[in-house]
Design a protein around this ligand. Structure first.
Ligand SMILES: Cc1ncc(COP(=O)(O)O)c(C=O)c1O
Length: 374
């Protein structure tokens, strides 16, 4: 098998698998509550690991079931008033855009699209013009689901700071793919998932909520974990980021996420990032050199996600033919990227996403398979 669908879900290392299975076995042996109690210290350590991954404090981290819910908990909880402007980008993730459009309908906020610059990344000059007109929030996707672009998230953070605007960063595809530091990014909120470039289990994600987020945002849902029932008619929301969590959760998945982050930190995000970026570059270059194949990734800095089209063969067809050869890829469709692909007059693209464990040899095999498809 050749796994070039790391932007879908990467392959977890053994330590993640063993951690998850190990905890499930303890649950089956001694009971779920008892297994969680036994793992208290290791569960606490997950927050320390996540915080270390992005340069935050453990109290600023929440573990939730995926990146979308993490993002939702912050954005749906933001105290919007009618007329608030939310600035977003062409790369914004489909679920985030749907949520913003619902908030537009529900609360009368205005969703403003910031254009791309000539490189295809968010146009910082346009962003600054709109920030100067006033905005409540900037919502940026760091690395889109549908391409190799790495948006200049720290430069966006510097502008948000200058205009004192709340900054929500979707780091779902960038977590594990490139180094992240909330001090440098200057975001108020950061959301990410476990299963992609972090190589964690499915059904895991996390949220960073900085000081301003914790001061401003009440979660849209509260339960007995997020708040205390202090009197018959009163409750008190917990002060830390765990207010965004549920009481009931996937403990095995949470431990597995911690193991994945520890593993990533042990290897070092910088060297693994350099390697996967180089593999992405090499794949892009070889595909572009193949007759009838064109790549369509944007931006000055590009990562491990490579999108391309093959002349005369539909992308779904390409994916199916690759799959028949045990080559895993995905597709990027207009329905996932309405601000982007139709805007560039692009059809559905094939998405091949590499990780640091892929090899040059695999890239050669992949390019030969594409030439065969053609
Ligand atoms: C950029 C981006 N944001 C958010 C998500 C949603 O992540 P999840 O499926 O964990 O909710 C994805 C998933 O593909 C994504 O690519």
């Amino acid at each position: 098998m050749l796994h070039f669908n790391n932007a879908g879900a990467a392959l977890p290392p053994n330590v993640v698998l063993e951690t998850v299975i190990g905890h499930l076995e303890r649950e089956a042996t001694i009971g779920g509550y008892e297994a969680a109690a036994e793992a208290t210290e290791r569960l606490e350590a997950v927050y320390v690991s996540l915080a270390a991954l992005i340069g935050a404090e453990p109290s600023q981290m929440a573990v939730v079931e995926n990146a979308t819910r993490a993002w939702d908990m912050a954005v749906y909880g933001y105290p919007f008033v009618a007329g608030d402007r939310v600035l977003t980008c062409r790369a914004e993730y489909v679920s985030n855009v749907i949520a913003l459009l619902q908030l537009e309908k529900r609360f009368g906020i205005e969703v403003v699209l910031i254009e791309d610059d000539e490189h295809g990344q968010i146009d910082l000059a346009h962003l600054e013009t709109e920030l100067a007109h006033g905005a409540a929030m900037v919502a940026l996707t760091h690395v889109p689901t549908s391409g190799g672009l790495i948006n200049p998230a720290a430069a966006v953070g510097a502008l948000c700071e200058k205009y004192d605007v709340f900054y929500v960063l979707d780091a779902c595809q960038s977590a594990g793919q490139v180094p992240l530091d909330v001090g440098t990014l200057r975001c108020d909120v950061l959301s990410a998932t476990g299963r992609k470039y972090l190589r964690g289990p499915r059904g895991t994600g996390f949220l960073y909520a900085g000081p301003r987020a914790l001061a401003l945002i009440e979660p849209p849902f509260l339960d007995l974990h997020a708040a205390k029932w202090t009197g018959e008619r009163t409750y008190e929301i917990r002060p830390d980021a765990r207010r965004f969590e549920n009481w009931e959760t996937n403990f095995a998945g949470k431990l597995g996420l911690g193991a994945a982050v520890d593993y990533a930190l042990e290897l070092g995000i910088e060297p693994t990032s350099d390697r996967l970026i180089e593999l992405g570059r090499s794949l892009r270059q070889q595909l572009d050199a193949t007759d009838g194949v064109s790549t369509h990734d944007k931006g000055i800095t590009r990562g491990g996600i490579v999108t391309f089209a093959v002349d005369g063969v539909g992308s779904e067809d390409v994916q199916a033919r690759l799959s028949a050869q045990q080559i895993n890829t995905s597709t990027s469709t207009a329905g996932q990227a309405r601000f982007d692909l139709p805007h560039r007059d692009l059809p559905t693209l094939v998405r091949a996403s590499v990780h640091y464990y892929n090899t040059e040899d695999e890239i050669d095999r992949f390019v030969a398979a594409i030439a065969g498809v053609r």
